[in-house]
Write a protein that binds this ligand. Sequence first.
Ligand code: COD
Ligand code: ZN
Ligand code: ZN
Length: 375
Amino acid sequence: MSTVGKVIKCKAAVLWEAHKPFTIEDIEVAPPKAHEVRIKMVATGVCRSDDHVISGSLVTALPAVLGHEGAGIVESVGEGVTCVKPGDKVIPLFSPQCGKCRICKHPESNFCCQSTLTQSQGTLLDGTTRFSCKGKPIHNFISTSTFSQYTVVDDMAVVKIDGASPLDKVCLIGCGFSTGYGSAVKVAKVTPGSTCAVFGLGGVGLSVIIGCKAAGAARIIAVDINKDKFAKAKELGATECINPQDYSKPIQEVLQEMTDGGVDFSFEVIGRLDTITSALLSSHPACGVSVIVGVPPNSQSLSINPMLLLMGRTWKGAIFGGFKSKDSVPKLVADFMAKKFPLDPLITHVLPFEKINEAFDLLRTGKSIRTVLTF
Ligand code: COD
Ligand code: ZN
Ligand code: ZN
């Protein structure tokens, strides 16, 4: 029986308040309005930023359906939707591409003016949500809300991908993989033969390493305080792995000595002010490029000596690896299908959706890189 135009009753993981586990609830998902798309989720990754909401360091309206690294199949579309149709395999885009704003028209930038990332009201573009539970509205999360059997997104925040692609793998292209890989190939523009340092070896940091290797870096130095992460980093292309806790001097000095004054490209993929500074200082003062990928919690800020940049260093950052999402996600999926990069090594656990709290425990204890939840 067709569900088109009807409210769908299904299961979702609802976060009612911060510092509490998710509860699997029976929710109602209203049909998509104009320029909206209802998606049957097939798989979703669990990303550190979801955990930041639970810990309270990333503030968004609650209760909410979190999750932003998913893949699914279009169930129905609202009026005026032309970019996807029922049955299409799609990836929801937490970093949308409206195609009309100043930034979407800019050849390089990707942070669309319609992005909801810097606001926390937790709705679709029209200011409302399609989710409800026990008669109460449930908020959206950054245009996506993938921790639900069905979700509704704005059409600027979804893209069609290759119908042959395995959704339980390419879901990672919805956040972690693209964020890391793009930071290397698009934001830093790593050059062949260069030397790179990657701080933080979670799913995003490892994806930076995949990008550095794809770009032809000669040395990729991986930095983490958890040495259990080193084997995977080496498998993916790190040439050396170092633990700051093994040295009595600051890690930037160690890196400067190892690399004749500093690396060509450094990446902070942890989200801490001290490691953002270390990554900056480990890049060469005259020719280095340092890229901020991680975001420290609670709007913390840094003060730095301008001389650190005046000799020629570049300090930059980007969301979603600098990729324009609608343009790039289908291409990244095609590149994965053409075996240009792997995703399997990033997926350490696959669990049924109902075990979502277990997936977050694995992330918090450092035991997983990425857990993929399947519906
Ligand atoms: N020194 C070295 N390594 C450290 C330190 C330290 N002081 N502290 C932690 N680490 C290591 C950990 O051992 C771990 O291996 C790694 O850093 C972090 O990995 P994860 O698994 O926690 O995180 P990822 O890879 O899933 O994500 C990291 C981000 C930094 C991208 C994420 O947390 C973040 O800040 N996201 C916001 C930025 C963004 O683009 N958001 C959009 C949606 S995600
Ligand atoms: Zn993420
Ligand atoms: Zn735009």
